[in-house]
Ligand binder design. Structure first.
Ligand code: HEM
Length: 529
């Protein structure tokens, strides 16, 4: 049979012009499918010089950074990019970005997050409907709706947040009090990661949590975080992401045992609320464990790298270090409690009395927290009375562009300037043009995203990072083990979905309690104590 067909084909004489027309026709149809059909009101399209697959190749090469790389070359407020027939609208203008944040119904984050979680946890189509349907079955709010409300209410200033901050500081103080004037030699990156992860997990999960039972789970948590995207892609994960795959299994079983031992009873109001909502929506203990694990990732993925960067940038500049130390020394108190000397640091006072440290925090957020934010377009919408964006497409916001633009932040936009945010006090004296610049900067400053999904953990993150950094600066010295000059590690990668890049590599240092604090207990003054 096969030979008969081949014989027929061989016997048919095809004139070259017919062959040419067929090929040209196929190219034309492909072109129409991939590149045409744009409404003239849609944002202008930016095409790659390599037809059809140029953007795809760019994405494979640059991964999560491709949209940023391309946006550096395109001087448009918004543009369209098409990859395999899917439209993406890339936003570069702070004005338009704020417009999308202001319309969460048309530009939704949930569909984005849900697709990733669905693949990660292997959730079935019907279960997905229960999670996302708005409102859910029997007209009840969906699981994700309930979780959104709980997360945003317990993490904004409230008794629940004070309790969370307090638990964080108690565990953090424990780690700091283990270091005396003889000091300890550590890898700074790993040490900051472990100390802050222990405290963050104690704050969320309570003092008896899986990471206290088995500290090696901290490395597992970061292996899981590193391989998250590969695990979402699910292409032979045991081969493409073996570390993350095994780490997820270990962590899930540790979180499950935490559920069975009812240790959640000592966890934060947020964690207990999550369990209640899970039960209400028919989740079993394994599902609750899996979702709590994902929440832990959300809570540590950015807050921990930024703690390391902040300590590094301060240590790398000796005069900045002594200025920050001076600010902090003015707010710490020495007390005598039952014959024991105690140094008390109240992180709430940092915001009021340490403008330089706050400026460093805000600048580091601008400088390092530069996520590519995503939204899914649910309905055809005209942005700014000008640009039509179509339902079913994706909006991408590469904040490296807006937070690093010299037209918005001035010629030093790509440098770390610890004093950049000090000027706020002098605002009243600003002229019209400068006030306009200020307004533009406020709109372009989105290290925590924006709108309905503005990061609910931003207050907790500020408390965590500032408590950690402040105690390191005020109570310790940190010197390189080899006696060399301390510098900031500059190699860093930003995983897709993460806001703050993680340092690659480490630096060996001696962390030593300052001589004058020999035998003094270090404590944070929280609201609950
Ligand atoms: C410096 C540290 C942090 C940074 C830079 C950061 C950044 C972000 C960003 C950019 C988003 C996406 C917002 C959007 O798309 O508009 C987000 C969402 C989120 N963050 Fe954070 N985050 C940090 C710390 C935390 C902490 C400590 C927690 C928890 C205690 C947390 C919990 C969450 C949650 C639950 C969401 C999803 C919000 C929603 O679905 O409405 N984050 N974060």
């Amino acid at each position: 049979m096969a030979s008969t067909v081949m014989d027929l084909v061989r016997d048919v004489e095809v004139p070259p012009w017919v062959l040419f027309s067929v090929v040209a026709g196929l190219v034309f149809i492909g072109w129409q499918f991939l590149f045409n059909g744009l409404d003239p009101r849609e944002p202008p399209e930016v095409r790659s010089r390599i037809p059809f697959v140029g953007h795809l190749l760019g994405m494979l090469w640059y991964k999560a950074e491709y949209v940023t790389v391309l946006s550096r070359k395109v001087n448009l407020p918004i543009y369209t990019m098409r990859v395999l027939g899917t439209r993406m609208y890339i936003l570069r203008s702070p004005e338009l970005i704020q417009k999308t944040f202001a319309n969460p119904k048309a530009f939704t984050f949930d569909t984005f997050a849900a697709t990733a979680v669905r693949r990660l946890l292997n959730i079935s189509e019907p279960d997905m409907k229960v999670l996302l349907q708005e409102p859910g079955p029997e007209n009840r709010p969906s699981y994700s709706h309930d979780i959104h409300d709980l997360t945003h209410s317990t993490l904004t200033p409230s008794a629940a947040l004070s309790q969370l901050n307090d638990a964080f500081q108690t565990r953090l103080a424990k780690s700091f009090n283990e270091i005396d004037t003889d000091g300890t030699t550590v890898n700074l990156h790993q040490w900051s990661r472990d100390v802050v992860t222990h405290a963050a997990c104690a704050a969320i999960l309570g003092p008896d949590n899986p990471y206290e039972d088995d500290p090696s789970l901290i490395s597992a948590l970061w292996d899981f975080e590193t391989d998250l995207v590969l695990l979402i892609l699910r292409i032979f994960p045991t081969i493409t992401a073996p570390k993350g795959y095994q780490a997820r299994a270990r962590l899930t079983s540790a979180y499950l045992s935490y559920q069975h031992r009812e240790l959640w009873k000592h966890g934060s109001a947020l964690l207990q609320g999550r369990r209640e909502i899970g039960k209400k929506h028919g989740f079993n203990d394994t599902q609750i464990a899996e979702w709590d694990l994902l929440f832990t990732i959300a809570a540590v993925t950015n807050a921990i790298p930024i703690s390391f960067w902040m300590v590094s940038y301060i240590l790398a500049d000796p005069s900045l270090l002594s200025e920050v130390r001076e600010e902090l020394q003015a707010i710490v108190q020495m007390e005598e409690l039952k014959g024991e000397k105690v140094l008390k640091l109240d992180p709430r006072m940092i915001r009021e009395r340490c403008p330089l440290l706050i400026s460093i925090w805000e600048e580091l957020l601008r400088f390092t927290s530069q996520p590519t934010l995503g939204r899914y377009v649910t309905t055809d919408t005209v942005l700014n009375n000008e640009y039509l964006v179509k339902a079913g497409s994706v909006v991408q916001i590469p904040t490296q562009i807006t937070q690093g633009s010299s037209s918005i932040w001035g010629p030093s936009a790509s440098d770390f300037n610890p004093r950049r945010f000090l000027r706020k006090e002098e605002n009243k004296k600003l002229g019209k043009e400068e006030r306009e610049q200020e307004r533009l900067q406020r709109r372009a400053y989105t290290p925590f995203g924006g709108g309905k999904n503005l990061c609910p953990g931003r207050h907790a993150a500020a408390n965590e990072t500032l408590s950690f950094v402040a105690m390191v600066v005020v109570a310790f010295t940190v010197e390189r083990e080899d006696g060399g000059v301390f510098g900031v590690i500059w190699e860093a990668t930003r995983a897709a979905g993460a806001s703050v890049p993680k340092a690659e590599g480490d630096v060996r240092v001696v962390v030593r309690r300052r001589e004058e604090l020999r035998g003094v207990r270090l404590e944070f003054a929280g609201e609950e104590r």
